[in-house]
Design a protein around this ligand. Structure first.
Ligand SMILES: NC(=O)c1ccc[n+]([C@@H]2O[C@H](COP(=O)([O-])OP(=O)(O)OC[C@H]3O[C@@H](n4cnc5c(N)ncnc54)[C@H](OP(=O)(O)O)[C@@H]3O)[C@@H](O)[C@H]2O)c1
Length: 241
């Protein structure tokens, strides 16, 4: 009997480590483009083919519980998993870093729902604009006043205005790096990744007086926890014999 971890994130890797270390049979599902070192336990790659494909996979692999450790903005995978687990009667838990909305400085930022509102809010503050919103949604920002800097994990040559500066950088960075990247900008648009590891960019913005436009997380159904130990405790509640 297997626990499926929908992964592709650092926290998903930590969950797989914790489960594997506790003797749980775990399989991590990674998006096809993830090339990082695989988590311990079993690994599979790529989409399931929507809700039907996921249901088939769960039945075929004797999965008894699902942990959704996808990115807080990966809404399709999370919603599909929630729906399918409810349909099959499988327990599911979501793990996500605690939101930055709880931080003391969260009230200084402009919070928005969606990229068009983020673009509007950043445009009102004015250029230079720094975008840290991931690669896929950048087309929402093409009409921003320039100069614009876009930070992406992978620059695959995605379409963008010719004058944009693109910085390729993966994962959390120390404060010195964030200060270097952000210096000279008036506004930074970012997603609420939460937790401490990615928070240096917020500290850098505060130090440099750069206004923060924060994209709210999508509202996703189901219970959630913040730490791998909480996932283990949850699983112990109904582990099959
Ligand atoms: N968005 C980001 O900035 C970001 C950052 C870091 C990591 N990631 C990870 O990259 C993946 C894709 O992100 P996204 O924003 O494109 O998510 P999404 O819109 O929710 O996912 C799109 C489709 O990709 C497949 N998929 C997503 N996560 C999967 C997983 N862990 N295992 C197997 N298939 C998966 C599913 O395809 P099917 O419908 O065919 O099953 C899903 O419907 C997520 O796992 C996410 O955690 C995303």
């Amino acid at each position: 009997m297997t626990v499926l971890v929908l992964s592709g994130t650092t926290i998903g890797h930590r969950v797989a480590e914790a489960l594997h270390g506790s003797g749980v049979d775990v399989v991590s599902s990674l998006p096809s483009d993830v090339t990082d070192a695989p988590p311990p336990g079993g690994v599979r790659h790529g989409g399931f083919g929507g809700q039907q494909g996921l249901a088939q996979w769960l039945r075929g692999h004797q999965v008894w519980a699902v942990v959704d450790a996808t990115h807080p903005y990966a809404r399709t995978m999370s919603r599909n998993a929630h729906r399918v687990c409810a349909m099959l009667g499988l327990p599911m838990m979501r793990i996500v870093r605690p939101s930055w909305a709880e931080r003391a400085d969260a009230g200084d930022w402009t919070w928005v729902d969606g990229h068009d509102l983020a673009c509007q809010a950043a445009g009102q503050v004015g250029a230079p604009v720094f975008l840290g919103v991931g690669r896929q949604p950048l087309w929402h920002y093409h009409l921003l006043p320039e100069p614009v800097t876009a930070r992406v994990a992978v620059d695959d040559g995605f379409p963008r205005p010719a004058s944009w500066q693109v910085v390729q950088m993966r994962g959390a960075q120390p404060l010195e790096t964030e200060l270097r990247l952000l210096r000279g900008h008036r506004v930074m648009v970012v997603r609420d990744l939460g937790g401490d590891s990615h928070a240096a960019k917020l500290e850098a913005a505060a130090q440099l007086g750069v206004h923060v436009v924060m994209l709210r997380r999508p509202r996703l159904p189901g219970p959630q926890v913040h730490h791998p130990d909480e996932v283990l405790a949850w699983l112990r509640g109904f582990q099959p014999s």
